[in-house]
Design a protein around this ligand. Structure first.
Ligand code: KFV
Length: 180
């Protein structure tokens, strides 16, 4: 029996799968729920990109993460549109895995300031890497989820981003990141 080569990113994002069963062969869920068959585009999450942590003071947080966890920033920037100062911390000996993103507010009306006011410092978002943020956004919209932006916006290091509303994702603000 032959072994199939791993799917390429293009193949992954173009996959479609039956939600309730393929035409002519209703899946158990379809038989139980009596729903019409339909094909959904694959969502295409590739890996965890980063977890975002809201902090009131970026420099103080950078010092804390360095002294306490030995984690250091490999990238820092200001994103005016998002109202944040941010730093990406690499984890592990080669730093190639998911990162920790420290997010500090630039103004009291920014998303991070509101989060800090409501919840205090802590985990604010979970971000996944995707190959095509517009395609993934469309696939999630097709499942009835609310995406925060009609079109992708600029994220860290020239990436393109969108977010799933936390109320549609089990209480987690989900970010989709298409690297530059
Ligand atoms: N996680 C879980 N629940 C959240 C939440 C979060 N981060 N933020 C808000 N909620 C809950 C909140 O507790 C409330 O629940 C409900 O969502 C609606 O709150 O049970 P409740 O009390 O009704 P709102 O609408 O009052 O909250 P608001 O803060 O005005 O807006 C929430 C949201 C998600 C729409 C807003 O934070 C947003 O637009 N976020 C996306 C942009 C963002 O977070 N930017 C900062 C990161 S920039 C970034 O990550 C970058 C640049 N990057 O490349 O990675």
């Amino acid at each position: 029996m032959g072994v199939r080569a791993p799917l390429t990113i293009t193949e992954v994002t173009s996959l479609r799968f039956p939600v309730c069963g393929a035409e002519g062969s209703p899946a158990p869920a379809e038989r139980l729920l009596g729903k019409t068959s339909r094909m959904m585009p694959a969502v295409g999450l590739l890996r965890i990109d980063h977890v975002g942590v809201a902090v009131p003071d970026l420099d103080a947080a950078l010092a804390f993460y360095a002294e306490t966890f030995g984690l250091h920033a490999v990238h820092q920037e200001t994103n005016e549109e998002q109202g944040v100062r941010e730093a990406m911390l690499a984890v592990g000996p080669d730093g190639s895995g998911p990162r920790v993103q420290l997010l500090a507010p630039m103004s009291p009306d920014s998303a991070i300031a509101k989060f800090l006011d409501r919840s205090g410092p802590g985990l604010q978002q979970l971000a996944y890497t995707v190959a095509d943020v517009a395609a993934t956004s469309a696939a999630l919209r097709a499942r009835g989820l609310r995406l925060l932006y009609d079109e992708p916006r600029r994220g860290t290091a020239g990436s393109l981003i969108n977010f799933v509303h936390p109320k549609d994702a089990g209480g987690v603000l989900v970010e989709l990141v298409q690297p530059a």
